[in-house]
Design a protein around this ligand. Sequence first.
Ligand SMILES: Nc1ncnc2c1ncn2[C@@H]1O[C@H](COP(=O)(O)OP(=O)(O)O)[C@@H](O)[C@H]1O
Ligand SMILES: [Mg+2]
Length: 442
Amino acid sequence: MTEFPHVLAAPPDSLPPGTELLRGQFRVESFLNAGGFGITYLARNSLERRVVLKECYPSSMCCRADHEVRARTRSQQVEFDTVVRLFVEEARRLAKLDHPNIVGVHDVFEDNSTAYMALDYVEGRDLLDVIEAEPTRLGPPEIRKITRRLLDAVIHVHDLDILHRDISPDNVLLDRNNEPILIDFGAARDTARRASRVLSALQVVKDGYSPQEFYLAGSPQSPAGDLYSLGATLHHLLTGEAPANSHMRLAALAEQRPDPYVPLKGRMPGYDDRFLLAIDRALNVFAKDRVQTARQWRDMIDETTTGAASAPLMGETEVAARIQRLVEDTNAVVKVEQERAEKERQEREALETQEREALEQKRIRLKQQAMREAEEAAQAVAAARVGALPEEATTCDPANHSETLCEHKGGTARPRLFGRIWRGFRRQGETDQVGQMEGYGA
Ligand SMILES: Nc1ncnc2c1ncn2[C@@H]1O[C@H](COP(=O)(O)OP(=O)(O)O)[C@@H](O)[C@H]1O
Ligand SMILES: [Mg+2]
């Protein structure tokens, strides 16, 4: 039995319960949800463990016949294949996330001519359900803990250069210990939308939770965008509703009307001003005015809990949890740093190899030129000997020498070609041979 509170009617093109995937490795148990980009199922793996399967199924461009998925028209097949490829790539990126407050992706595979990712099943309900069905379940201590945990999760995501892009109450599951788990990364949908003309019309923003820049195609996106969405999610938790739609807020400011957002600071009993101010800061309309990193945000909150004289002492479990998180954060940073250093090392090595090869080429060229010169010089000497020197002449004597071959230098006759021979052999590092061959010392 599933504990899912809202059971939606399965669309006719979803896989029916009992469908086997990857040659029986997974078995669909029930349909969970369908969006413009895919269908989510509850399933079992080969060990009979419950998992959640996400199927790449952009319904506006594909259809299913006997489980197999294909583009609706022949001309859309290439785009559909691209969307499937991007889905697989994104799943691989998400599989690198390893954090207790982020759903684990443990498999990605292709079947039925489309792709699937298998996620750890989280037993619990999403924050939206909790707010609506159990409004008294979460008080200030629980909400503070959830905030802290979600910030830890977002730090981990951003440390790996990934943006979530769809943080909202329905994408945070709460387990029975009120531990929040971040699910449903929207970055893959955004990439698919950018890559496909057919999908470009699909909405990838959520009113009330998406920052204004997510509404503008091609506008730069930064971690501060995710922080806006996290701020909006917490705003919903605290007040029971999402803040004013960021697009409307932007329009109001552009028309020089007051921002419809009502700051939380000072109006929420049970929360200190710093905690509320941090959310207000994350919810600024313009990215540059927001709190810029999840770490900054966490530090603001931590100052509140550790700095104030009235702050209660931390229990052992809290201390242990903090140390654990510190270790996890440090590990993530170290990992990113190691990857960067390794990349730099590889680039340096490639450059050195290139330089070494260029030097070697130059050396070979010089040597060949030197050998050519030496050979020419030797031939010239031989020719001159045959043509101009008397048979028996073996030395150069100022009184009896050939002007073609010799020149006077400080009263001594030296061969004219000496310099050339010398240069040639010196380039080869064979100075001795010059002396031996011509009877002149170096
Ligand atoms: N790993 C999971 N464990 C348990 N339930 C999940 C899990 N992933 C998704 N769900 C349930 O399925 C619903 C839809 O999944 P989600 O990933 O948010 O897809 P989408 O919103 O794109 O349809 C969620 O609101 C949640 O109720
Ligand atoms: Mg969702």
